[in-house]
Design a protein around this ligand. Structure first.
Ligand code: C2G
Length: 136
């Protein structure tokens, strides 16, 4: 069984996220997603619209996703790779090169990012149409 691991915030889930997960799963048999916690998002300088729990429920409903674990820090990846016996680490190529140090632990693959969609763009488009993207 080939085990794949990837990480992200996955807020306002969109087809760029889905395509990433679909292609990551296609590289193996089992896909683990390290989902950024709300606290880690603050460290990343992100404020997700949906809470960790909400984003976790959505990810777990995706057919390509087999396990969702919390991502609390930048440097948990090596121990996650060992704990979950991941054979391949996958990220979109906006991260190209940033995680090459993980080649010490497993294969590292950067997949082409889906152009034209992003959580930020969704928020900007909604706000441009007068819909504020902050939870009440
Ligand atoms: N992605 C993509 N195409 C898009 C948007 C995102 O392929 N149009 C990919 C990203 O490259 C990433 C994944 O979807 O691999 C999740 O994206 P984000 O939720 O934005 O995650 P990010 O903030 O990049 O967090 O430790 C790693 C970080 O947690 C990554």
């Amino acid at each position: 069984m080939k085990r794949i691991i990837t990480y992200g915030t996955f807020d306002l889930l969109h087809w760029g996220h889905i395509r990433l997960l679909q292609r990551a799963k296609a590289l193996g048999d089992y896909l683990i997603v390290g989902l950024s916690t709300d606290e880690f998002n603050a460290i990343k300088g992100k404020k997700a619209y949906h809470s960790y729990e909400e984003r976790k429920v959505m990810l777990e409903s995706i057919r390509y996703v087999d396990l969702v674990i919390p991502e609390d820090t930048w440097d948990q990846k090596p121990s996650d790779i060992m704990t979950y016996k991941a054979d391949t680490f996958v990220m979109g190529d906006d991260w190209e090169g940033r995680f090459d140090d993980l080649k010490e632990y497993c294969e590292v693959v950067y997949l082409p990012r889906t152009e034209g969609v992003s959580t930020t763009k969704i928020k900007e488009d909604l706000e441009a149409h007068g819909m504020i993207c902050e939870k009440k």
